[in-house]
Design a protein around this ligand. Structure first.
Ligand code: IYR
Length: 243
């Protein structure tokens, strides 16, 4: 019975020798993601797809409040996205204040009016006709929260020198995808709203000069009387090629 003591290695020693290593002088730690059986992997992929497949871009919002913690969880999920050199080039601004919402709505509607009347091509207007949209954006004031996503083009170091960020568009796009998935997963709805040009958001929210508005997402519950266009998604065969 006593032989067993010989092969026993204290956990602290294992940690020091096996669970960390240094690469270019930087600490790397062992990563052991949860492992599921093949059946569980299949079930999870299918369950997630079935939920995400129900997602729709919604313009009819309820004003029913949402706990702030839900928004915080959603943002933490978005903030877990991969990014170029782990620079995390994003700022998520959350607007709950009705005065600020009103300012945003008025400015967005002014830009959208110009877009619909002057800036959008005939083919563009024809392509979005099925969405039933126009320059009126009441949901900006109705939804309990607005999340305005800003991309950070560069950073400032403590001496005010510019530091580069990398793959900013890719990084922010992925973070927004994860944000939208988190909103869907929570049982809430959103719209990827892009009142263009979006520079007014930087002014209203007093953002620093290294930030550019990327997306405006109203977040809330769908209104009881919510309608969305009847659209069809491309089947897998049209969106994929297997080699
Ligand atoms: N941004 C405008 C117009 C618009 C553009 C596209 I592309 C859409 O898919 C839907 C609308 C708006 O939000 O009304």
């Amino acid at each position: 019975m006593t032989e067993k003591c010989y092969i026993f290695t204290p956990k602290s020693i294992k940690m020091a020798t096996k669970d960390t290593k240094s690469i270019h002088g930087h600490l790397h730690i062992r990563y052991q993601p949860e492992k599921f059986s093949e059946k569980k992997v299949l079930d999870r992929s299918s369950t997630f797809y079935k939920d995400m497949e129900k997602r729709r871009s919604v313009r009819d919002f309820s004003n029913k409040p949402i706990p702030k913690e839900v928004i915080e969880n959603i943002l933490k999920t978005a903030g877990s996205a991969p990014s170029g050199a782990h620079k995390q080039p994003w700022t998520f601004c959350v607007v709950e204040n009705s005065e600020i919402k009103k300012q945003i709505r008025l400015a967005a509607e002014a830009e959208e009016k110009k877009s619909y009347e002057e800036r959008m091509s005939d083919s563009w207007l024809k392509d979005i006709k099925p969405m039933g949209t126009n320059a009126s954006k009441p949901f900006i004031e109705i939804a309990p929260y607005l999340i305005i996503v800003f991309k950070r083009l560069f950073e400032y170091d403590k001496n005010g020198e510019k530091l580069q960020n990398y793959y900013v568009n890719e990084s922010i796009g992925i973070a927004c995808g994860m944000l939208i998935a988190a909103i869907q997963n929570a049982g809430l709805v959103t719209l990827t709203h892009t009142p263009s040009p979006m520079r007014f958001l930087e002014k209203i929210l007093n953002r620093p000069d290294n930030e550019r508005a990327f997306l405006l997402l109203p977040v809330g519950y769908a209104a009881n009387n919510c309608f969305v266009p009847k659209l069809q998604r491309k089947p897998l065969s049209k969106i994929s090629e297997f080699y």
